[in-house]
Design a protein around this ligand. Structure first.
Ligand code: C5P
Length: 218
């Protein structure tokens, strides 16, 4: 039997990664951070000197990606890359490689391999639309661009990065536009997805809402 899937899609810096990881922990489900695969592809491309306009080169990087996820630690080519993939530059690169259909295809089977018993919480942009269209629960998790910019700003300041909220807001709006307007696997709220706007919610409240919904679809 196929393991059940909770698909959590939404824009960048919406907090869906944190919510997804907590929901997975609460249910003792597996967790797929699909954005990390696009970020790892971007990082591996930079390290190999493959340019972001080289579609064939990027597709090969994605196909040959040597990535592993071990209890919250992310490895690229056997070395820890957990922090390295979180920079703004790599996020930007990820958004560019993610717009390429052959790159997405190359990462598809890898993502589906995470669907194992007792279940999976998958977070990304196209979990409910492309990767796991049969998911038992689909959630579109979002927050206003301003709230997301504030949250991201706090995180980056805590890490010692010197950025203004204004710059982050611009980046977020640009990335939203690119993720939503692209022709392949655009970020959309599906008709069968439940909307979770976390603008005025704590992480705990968001986690409890998703867990409550999960109970109702059981
Ligand atoms: O979610 P995260 O910010 O880590 O994702 C990085 C980039 O990867 C996003 O800007 C988005 O373009 C892309 N992505 C995607 N499909 C997914 C997950 C992420 O296109 N399922």
């Amino acid at each position: 039997i196929l393991a059940p899937v909770i698909a959590l899609d939404g824009p960048s810096a919406s907090g869906k990664g944190t919510v997804a990881a907590r929901v997975a922990a609460a249910l003792e489900f597996h967790y797929l951070d699909s954005g990390a695969l696009y970020r790892l592809t971007a990082l591996a491309a930079v390290r190999r000197g493959v340019l972001f306009d080289d579609v064939e080169g990027l597709t090969e990087v994605a196909r040959a990606l040597d990535a592993s996820f071990v209890e919250g630690v992310i490895l690229l080519d056997g070395e820890e890359a957990t922090e390295a993939i979180r920079s703004e530059a790599i996020g930007e690169g990820a958004s560019r490689v993610a717009a390429l259909a052959p790159v997405r295809d190359a990462l598809l089977a890898r993502q589906r391999a995470f669907q194992r018993l007792p279940g999976l919480v998958a977070d990304g942009r196209d979990m409910g639309s492309v990767v796991f269209p049969q998911a038992q629960l689909k959630v579109f998790l979002t927050a206003t661009a301003e709230v997301r910019a504030e949250r991201r700003h706090k995180q980056l300041i805590a890490k010692g990065e010197d950025v203004t909220i204004q710059k982050i807001l611009e980046d977020i709006q640009q990335r939203d536009a690119r993720d939503s307007a692209r022709t392949v696997a655009p970020l959309v709220q599906l008709p069968d997805a439940r909307l979770l706007d976390t603008s005025a919610m704590t992480i705990d409240q968001a986690v409890r809402t998703v867990l409550g919904w999960w109970e109702t679809v059981q």
